[in-house]
Design a protein around this ligand. Structure first.
Ligand code: PRP
Length: 178
């Protein structure tokens, strides 16, 4: 189906996102007070959320990156998680904060959490912007969640949309509900 930009619906505005990111950043700042955590955005989708969150933390943090992909442009997960980038820092003994854009089935986050835990970290916590709880197949630990959302195809604010585009849009958008 041909889809034009004006048929996309704004689900969450950037102003609403910023207000939630402020609140989450404040809680994370309190949680890690006195420590130097390492923040690990999961590429590609988390790059915008992580950039906003990092700049609202009143903390000394390190930043490193992980990359994973299972959708590869499809709307249904393949269930096969591929690491596209591993961290460059040793994680043993570190307080690690995973930053993720969306949890859908939970397969990606579950895989990543298991991997990071296996490296002997001092603690592992996870901040997620969007939680599609209704789609969960695998239980995962989430410490901070921005918004619980319905089962809609969402994109923008880092998430890819139709044709692999629209990660750069400032709001969370959705295809029209069926
Ligand atoms: C998306 C998203 C999460 C994952 C969530 O990544 O960024 O990592 O899917 O889905 P799940 O809970 O069903 O595993 P995607 O594979 O599209 O890669 P991307 O981040 O590069 O867009």
């Amino acid at each position: 189906m041909e889809m034009t930009r004006d048929r996309y619906e704004t689900l969450i505005t950037n102003a609403e996102i910023q207000a939630r990111v402020d609140a989450i950043a404040s809680e994370i700042t309190t949680c890690y007070s006195g420590t130097v955590p390492i923040m690990m955005p999961l590429l590609r989708g988390a790059f915008v959320f992580a950039a906003d969150l990092a700049r609202k933390l009143d903390l000394d943090v390190e930043v490193d990156f992980l990359g994973a992909s299972s959708y590869g442009g499809a709307t249904e997960t393949s269930g096969e998680i591929r690491m596209t980038l591993d961290s460059s820092s040793p994680l043993s003994g570190r307080h690690v904060l995973i930053v993720e854009d969306i949890v859908d089935t939970g397969l990606t986050l579950g895989y990543i959490q298991k991997l990071i835990r296996s490296r002997g970290v001092a603690s592992l916590r996870t901040a997620v912007l969007l939680d599609k709880q209704c789609r969960r197949k695998s239980q995962v630990d989430i410490d901070w969640a921005g918004f619980t959302i319905p089962d809609r195809f969402v994109f923008g604010y880092g998430l890819d949309g139709p044709g692999g585009l629209f990660r750069n849009l400032p709001d969370i958008m959705a295809l029209p509900a069926e």
